[in-house]
Design a protein around this ligand. Structure first.
Ligand SMILES: Nc1nc2c(c(=O)[nH]1)N[C@H]1C(S)=C(S)[C@@H](COP(=O)(O)O)O[C@H]1N2
Ligand SMILES: [Mo]
Length: 361
């Protein structure tokens, strides 16, 4: 099953289906086409007919709700948000030379994509149910059962209530103007812009208001950043810390690594993404191991939740070229230099400087 993805997609795993686009497919599009958007799954992909879909809203609410897709579409204002989604495991491949990470897919830089999402604000639905003041977190449940969880469990996550009320967080039924594809969570998924992809629950079936974060395996145990010396096979709930907002990241998408280019001008292109309440303000590129940096041209016209695309023309002398890139965000943070310093047992959030080797001849 290819889930209608391009033929140059890298499939890390067929079942569960885990796949990322090629750099060449991802580069240059502010909005990632549906056949190019990466996909991350922890179990078999459910088939949920739009007519059968229901959303339960319960927990610390005044009025529990049970909504159909028609209720959702007719009962709340429609909203559209351009938002980037990035998997916490993106760029894990660059951790592997530091130390192996058994049992996790070697995602490259392309476990990130951007779409125009249409749906309703999660906050509007929560307001209709009436959140009680003790609510501190909102949990999302889904029907897909994962054998990755121990014991096997359905997928779920939660986000803090302030984020849940923020208007950009959607219950979305469309991606790039088309009904959501099954592999992306049809008929309705959560989209939490600025947070790791794991929080954007697909095929969402319930929202629960609670005082504590979700005790679902994928919130309490997975998607926690462990200390380097922790054993991921025995680290249960509470070890390390839970990941939410995305850390500043950038990588190079073109040319492909190892490409032979002619001496003279070479255009280097990539993405940068700041996550949550920050924005990308600058991307630096170096061809002399970081002794000097030039600034790339940024394109970021699609609002605060979308990534930034960048490009720069470099004059490269004949021989081996090593290109570095690093982004800065609006808080003054810059990406860390080395993957070695960031290595962690589950291989999350590698946001170290981007590297590209080229041969100029
Ligand atoms: N129900 C459900 N939701 C899920 C997942 C899942 O396995 N099951 N994977 C999560 C992870 S880790 C990511 S990165 C995103 C990927 O969304 P996509 O497949 O649409 O790209 O979905 C998230 N939502
Ligand atoms: Mo993910």
């Amino acid at each position: 099953m290819t889930w209608d993805k391009r033929s140059d997609t890298t499939v890390h795993e067929q079942d569960p289906y885990n796949a990322e686009p090629s750099r060449a497919a991802l580069v240059g599009h502010m909005i990632t086409p549906a056949d190019t958007f990466y996909s991350r799954n922890h179990g078999p992909i459910p088939a949920v007919a739009p007519i059968d879909w229901r959303l339960r809203v319960d927990g610390l609410v005044d009025t529990p709700l049970l909504l159909s897709l028609a209720d959702l579409r007719s009962g709340f204002p429609e909203r559209e948000v351009v938002a980037t989604m990035q998997c916490a495991g993106a760029r894990r491949a660059d951790f592997l030379p530091v130390r192996d990470i058994p049992g996790e897919a070697p995602w490259g830089p392309c476990a990130i994509s951007t779409a125009r999402w249409t749906g309703v604000s999660l906050g509007d639905v929560l307001a209709a149910a009436g959140l009680r003041p003790e609510t501190a977190h909102v949990s999302f449940a889904a029907p897909d059962v994962s054998q990755v969880a121990d014991p096997p469990a359905t997928y779920g996550s939660s986000i803090p209530v302030d984020k849940a009320r923020s208007p950009e967080v959607l219950l979305a039924w469309a991606m790039n103007g088309e009904p959501l594809a099954r592999v992306h969570g049809a008929p309705v998924r959560v989209v939490v812009p600025g947070y790791i992809g794991a929080r954007s629950v697909k095929w969402v079936s319930a929202l629960t208001a609670s005082a504590a974060p979700s005790d679902n395996y994928f919130q309490s145990t997975a998607y926690r950043l462990l200390p380097a010396d922790a054993d991921p096979t025995t680290s249960g709930p509470g070890v390390g810390f839970s990941l939410g907002p995305v850390a500043l990241n950038a990588d190079i998408l073109s040319p492909d690594p190892g490409t032979h280019v002619s001496p003279g001008a070479t255009t280097v292109r990539g993405f940068a993404y700041a996550g949550d309440d920050r924005s990308v303000v600058r991307v630096d590129v170096s061809t002399d191991e970081g002794n000097s940096w030039r600034q790339a041209t940024l394109e970021q016209d699609d609002g605060p939740w979308a990534w930034c695309l960048w490009q720069i023309d470099l004059e490269l002398p004949p021989g081996a070229a090593h290109v570095l890139a690093r982004a800065w965000d609006s808080t003054g943070a810059c990406q860390p230099e080395s993957a070695a310093a960031l290595w962690n047992p589950r291989g999350y959030i590698n946001n170290s400087w981007a590297h590209l080797d080229l041969v100029v001849q």
